[in-house]
Design a protein around this ligand. Structure first.
Ligand code: SAM
Ligand code: SF4
Length: 469
């Protein structure tokens, strides 16, 4: 069975995949001349996008110029995702294409990194597609040696920041995951949770902000499980909100989400008022089978606290349909929970069996046709709700952070402080703010016209200057 993630509404926004600095000898005077070229292709979540940033930094250090097309690259690096089978299918397609280009002499070397690299299946892929180097998620530093740098285990650690200087930056606060959800391959390919010290996170963010970063996204598989030397996630979030002009975090686990954190989101002006809290199912029976560690009622209570603490906030979630053993009654409970929580958006996934996970061998496989129907029913429920919530924004004035500059149609992509994605007519540069009137709304996005723009983070959402750190 394949899985199809459906983005049923606004969040998360498209990510900035473009390199923040071009790998040319001019851009890094310390680098050898860029007679070699490399192309990095990223699949999957923000964690992978961020890992690609680190890889980018390595190849820049080794003197490679980054190119966008396989045909122009001496070295192609596929940084991959293994969470659902359709992600692996996509990578297979790219590997087939690369084999062809290599036979024609247009690509010299291929490296496979990331979650597929950490899975057993990588050995077969390496043989089938003649991949030169396969690396998992823990030994990416070995790529340094492959691209001609001395081996730098100490240098290329999880604490290494990505490329600096962009208006938006990802900052990893923890890696791995200590949960064992029945369906999930992440603990196998990413290992157990390791949390970064608070001071190291804050220092990195200060440097990023000094280099021009306006928007920091804290990353981890269960960021709210972060703890270190007696400090908990909320302490870290508070500290970050004091040094970053704008901050968001993803992804969280309902069992770790503290009311205090939810209230902090409402109280701190620099925190984007958007919560992504994956629920997976509305049925207690399924939540138990999945080993999620909470009941639907507890999830609903968290959402009540969020809605009360952050009345203008947006809420998104992940839902899996068709997990083995899911009955019609379980499905109805999911629909009910979706109705009750009034999500602004949801990623809906059809269950995808992952070899080595408990759910891959569970009885009670749900037929494809049933999965498809349930998928559409959940999607319709989320979209209807998101559409009517978005309609309420029409006519309002919003301060919008521009994430991607205008394309040919004159529309830039931005984000409101409440976390709505907005298409806004403006020529303001990425990283700046515009004031705009919301003119219309769909289930996924708001449409606005800018009245005024300004650069960077001189003010926050309350219009007050941000205290300097
Ligand atoms: N750590 C997050 C949490 O606890 O919810 C989720 C991280 S996971 C990489 C992202 C999403 O992929 C999950 O929330 C889940 O909905 C989906 N997912 C993971 N494994 C899946 C599978 N085998 N089939 C379908 N969807 C899956
Ligand atoms: Fe996977 Fe998230 Fe569960 Fe961890 S908490 S096993 S990352 S779904």
């Amino acid at each position: 069975m394949t899985s199809t993630p459906a983005k049923a509404s606004t969040a998360p926004l498209p990510l900035s995949h473009k390199p923040t600095a071009k790998a040319t000898a001019e851009a890094r005077p310390d680098a050898p001349s860029a007679s070699r070229t490399a192309c990095i292709k990223t699949f999957g979540c923000q964690m992978n996008v961020h890992d690609s940033d680190r890889i980018r930094r390595m190849i820049q250090d080794a003197g490679y110029a980054e190119v966008q097309r396989y045909e122009d690259a001496d070295l192609v690096i596929l940084n991959t995702c293994y969470v659902r089978e359709n992600a692996v299918d996509r990578v297979r397609g790219h590997l087939g294409e690369l084999n062809r280009l290599r036979r024609e002499g247009r690509v010299k070397k291929v490296a496979l990194t990331g979650c597929i690299g950490a899975a057993e299946e990588s050995a077969t892929l390496q043989k089938t597609y003649n991949i030169d180097l396969v690396l998992g998620t823990h030994n990416t530093y070995e790529l340094a040696e492959f691209v001609g740098l001395p081996t730098m285990r100490e240098t290329y650690t999880p604490e290494l920041p990505g490329t600096e200087g962009g208006h938006s930056s990802f900052v990893t606060i923890m890696t791995g995951c200590n949960y064992q959800c029945s369906y999930c391959i992440v603990p196998t390919v990413r290992g157990r949770m390791i949390c970064r010290p608070l001071q190291s996170v804050v220092e990195e963010i200060k440097n990023l902000v000094a280099g021009g970063t306006e928007y920091v996204t804290l990353l981890g598989q269960t960021v709210d499980a972060w703890r270190h030397e007696g400090k908990r996630f909320c302490d870290l979030l508070e500290a970050v909100s004091e040094v970053a002009p704008r901050v968001w975090f993803t992804t969280s686990h309902p069992s770790n989400m503290e009311d205090r954190t939810l209230r902090t989101i409402g109280e701190r002006d620099t925190i984007v008022k958007r919560l992504h809290l994956p629920v997976q199912s509305g049925s207690d029976r399924m939540l138990k089978v999945m080993h999620r560690g909470y009941k639907a009622e507890r999830y609903r209570r968290k959402i009540e606290v969020f809605r009360e603490a952050v009345p203008d906030g947006t809420l998104s979630t992940d839902i899996i349909v068709g997990h083995p053993g899911e009955t019609e009654e379980d499905h109805e409970q999911t629909i009910k929970l979706v109705e009750d929580c009034e999500f602004d958006s949801a990623y809906i996934f059809k269950f995808s069996p992952r070899q080595g996970t408990e759910a891959a061998v569970l009885p009670g496989v749900v037929p494809d046709s049933v999965v498809q129907r349930r998928f559409l029913e959940v999607l319709r429920e989320v979209e209807q709700n998101a559409f009517s919530r978005n309609q309420r924004k029409v006519g309002g004035e919003e301060e919008i952070f521009v994430r991607h500059g205008a394309t040919d149609d004159g529309k830039a992509i931005g984000e409101t402080w409440s976390g709505h994605a907005v298409h806004v007519e403006t020529d303001a540069a990425p990283g700046s703010y515009v004031n705009a009137t919301i003119e219309s709304a769909g289930p996924h996005v708001l449409y606005a016209r800018a009245s005024e723009s300004r650069k960077g983070s001189a003010t926050n959402n309350s219009g007050l200057p941000i205290p300097s750190s």
